[in-house]
Ligand binder design. Structure first.
Ligand code: B12
Ligand code: SF4
Ligand code: SF4
Length: 308
C-alpha cells in the first residue's frame, strides 16, 4: 500500500469505528504552543491541577511520547445529547451524560491501532485521550479539524464544539492535512459576555482559577472559595455556558454513540433527588460515568455550594 492508501485506510477505519472526524498532522515539536503553555502555567492558571506542570517536554513534543513518531492522527467524537435535564435541576455538563468517554474512546483507539497492525503491518503507536500530556486542541487545529474559539474550545465549522478529542501517535509516515488557518469567531464575544465567573481572558486563554468546570470537577479540597458564592449558575458538575451560547453550536447534531446514551438518573433527578442520593447509590449508578471523578463527596460539596 502507498502512503496515500495508508492514509485513506486509516481515515475510513476511524470513521467505521465511530469517530466523526479524523485529521492527520506531521509529528513535530510545538513551538508557539510551548510559549502559550508556559505563560498559562507561569500565570498560575492551572489552579490546583499540579499534573499540568509535569512532563512539559512531552506535552510539546509527540516524538518524546512515541519514539520516531511521524504522524499525529486526531479524531473527534461527538457527544451532543438528544435529551436534556429537567429545568431547575442542578446542571451537569453534557459531556458527562453518558458513559465515561475515557473508557469508550480508549477502546476505540485500541481497535484503530489493532486494525492498522492487521492491514498495514508493525507500526509503533499509542492512543491518548484527555489524561496524557498531549495538547489535544492544538493537534486538532493542526490536522485541519477546526479552530480554537475565544472560549478556548476547538470548534468544527460543520458541527460546533461538543466533541471529545483523542490522538493516536504513530511512527508511520502519512499524508498530512493542511492546518486550519482561519478563525470564524469574528467579532462575536458571546462566550466572554456569558461566562458566569469571567474566566475567559483575551487570546483564547481560560483561567482555571475562575472556571466553574475546574471547581466542580477538579478541585480536591472540601471547600469552594467563598468569593465564588452565588456565581455558579446552578452548575453542579462541569459547565457548558460558553459552549451553549456559541452560535456555531446551532449546528450540533445528537451523537450516534450508544455508550453516550444519558444515564436515566441525570435526565430525571430533581434537586431533592440529588440531595438525597446516598453514597452507595452514587457509586452504583455513576460507576462508569465521568461524574465519578469528583466522587460522591465532591458532588455533595457542589450541591451545598449552590445552596449558599
Ligand atoms: C486542563 C483541562 C481543563 C481545565 C483547564 C481548561 C483549559 N482551557 O486548559 C478545566 C478543568 C478548566 C477544563 C474545562 C473544560 N474542559 Co478540559 N481539558 C483539560 C486538558 C486535560 C488539558 C488542556 C490543556 O492542556 N490546557 C493548557 C492550555 C494552555 O491549553 P489548551 O486550553 O488546550 O489551549 C491550547 C490551544 O488552544 C492553543 N491555541 C490557542 N490558540 C491557538 C491557535 C492555533 C492556530 C493553534 C495551533 C493553537 C492555539 O493554545 C493552548 C496551548 O497551545 C484537556 C485534554 C488534553 N490533554 O488536551 C481537556 C479538554 C481541553 N477539555 C475538554 C472539555 C470538553 C472541557 C469542558 C467543556 C468540560 C465541561 N463542560 O465542563 C470545559 C471547558 C472549559 C473551557 N472553556 O476551556 C475537551 C475539549 C474539547 C474541545 N472541543 O475543545 C478536552 C480536549 C478533553 C478531551 N479529550 O476531549 N479542562
Ligand atoms: S466552562 Fe463555564 S466557567 Fe469555564 S470558561 Fe466556560 S462559561 Fe466560563
Ligand atoms: S461564542 Fe462567539 S466568540 Fe465565543 S467561541 Fe463561539 S463564535 Fe467564538
Amino acid at each position: 500500500m502507498s502512503i496515500s492508501n495508508h492514509t485513506n485506510f486509516i481515515k475510513i477505519t476511524a470513521h467505521n469505528l465511530g469517530f466523526d472526524y479524523c485529521g492527520i498532522a506531521k509529528a513535530m515539536q510545538l513551538e508557539d504552543d510551548a510559549k502559550r503553555l508556559e505563560a498559562w502555567l507561569s500565570g498560575g492558571m492551572n489552579a490546583g491541577m499540579k499534573y499540568m506542570e509535569n512532563h512539559f517536554d512531552l506535552r510539546i513534543d509527540p516524538t518524546k511520547l512515541v519514539p520516531n513518531a511521524k504522524s499525529v492522527i486526531t479524531v473527534l467524537k461527538n457527544y451532543f445529547p438528544n435529551q436534556s435535564q429537567p429545568t431547575d435541576s442542578p446542571k451537569v455538563a453534557k459531556y458527562a451524560f453518558g458513559m465515561d468517554y475515557h473508557e469508550v474512546i480508549r477502546g476505540q483507539l485500541k481497535q484503530l491501532l489493532a486494525t492498522i497492525h492487521q492491514h498495514i503491518g508493525m507500526v509503533e503507536g499509542r492512543g491518548f485521550v484527555d489524561s496524557a500530556p498531549v495538547l489535544e486542541r492544538t493537534w486538532a487545529v493542526k490536522s485541519g479539524l477546526g479552530w480554537v474559539g475565544k472560549n478556548g474550545n476547538l470548534i468544527n465549522k460543520t458541527q460546533g464544539s461538543f466533541f471529545f478529542i483523542a490522538t493516536l501517535i504513530i511512527d508511520l509516515e502519512l499524508e498530512y492535512d493542511p492546518p486550519f488557518a482561519k478563525d470564524f469567531c469574528g467579532t462575536c464575544t458571546k462566550c466572554i459576555d456569558s461566562c458566569p465567573t469571567e474566566a475567559i481572558l483575551p487570546n483564547k486563554v481560560i483561567d482555571a482559577t475562575k472556571c466553574i468546570s475546574y471547581y466542580t470537577i477538579e478541585l480536591k479540597e472540601q471547600l469552594i472559595p467563598e468569593d465564588k458564592k452565588g456565581q455558579f449558575d446552578n452548575w453542579m458538575f462541569g459547565c457548558d455556558t460558553c459552549q451553549d451560547v456559541c452560535p456555531w453550536n446551532r449546528f450540533s447534531k445528537p451523537n450516534q454513540e450508544p455508550a453516550f446514551t444519558p444515564v436515566h438518573e441525570i435526565l430525571t433527578y430533581t434537586k431533592s433527588d440529588w440531595e438525597m442520593l446516598t453514597e452507595q447509590t452514587f457509586n452504583t449508578v455513576f460507576k462508569h460515568s465521568p461524574m465519578k471523578r469528583s466522587k460522591y463527596k465532591g458532588i455533595q460539596r457542589n450541591l451545598k455550594f449552590l445552596n449558599l
